[in-house]
Design a protein around this ligand. Structure first.
Ligand SMILES: [Zn+2]
Ligand SMILES: [Zn+2]
Length: 149
């Protein structure tokens, strides 16, 4: 994981006129510090260490904010959240990332591929399809884990 630093995340929010509240910072910090994507329930549990009785609805709102701001991604394969690893401040929340999801250790590797992006855009356009979300999740086994037999 090479998530943005908290300072970089704060700067990114400021550049877009967004407010990085204490809760948003706390939620982002927990996600960015985690080696694996974190589920909402685990986040709530971990937040209890830094906040008295965090309300689930406010935590979900903070997650929505972080998703919109492009700081985190929701990884559908794991039903969990991970910090975006692409250090470009220019990308939006629906930037065309590709995540390799290890089924064994749950660790992620995120990268971008302009050629693949262009191909998806062209194919979608051919079908008159407007792409809204395009984080591609690929499941498999990372270099540190044994390939299951
Ligand atoms: Zn990303
Ligand atoms: Zn692995």
């Amino acid at each position: 994981m090479s998530a943005r630093s908290i300072q970089a995340a704060k700067r990114l929010c400021e550049e877009r006129g967004l407010i990085f509240t204490t809760l948003r910072r706390q939620v982002y910090t927990l996600i960015a510090a985690s080696e694996k994507p974190v589920g909402a329930y685990d986040l709530l549990e971990q937040l209890k260490a830094v906040r008295a009785r965090p309300a689930p609805v406010t935590v979900y709102r903070a997650l929505d904010f972080l998703l919109e701001a492009g700081l985190i991604h929701r990884i559908d394969a794991l039903q969990a959240y991970a910090a975006c690893e692409i250090e470009s401040a220019a990308h939006e929340h629906n930037h065309g990332g590709i995540v390799l999801v290890c089924s064994e250790c749950k660790r992620l590797t995120e990268f971008e591929d302009a050629a693949l992006e262009a191909l998806i855009a062209a194919r979608a356009a051919r079908h008159g399809f407007a792409v809204a979300h395009r984080l591609i999740e690929i499941r498999g086994t990372c270099e540190h884990c044994p390939v299951p037999v």
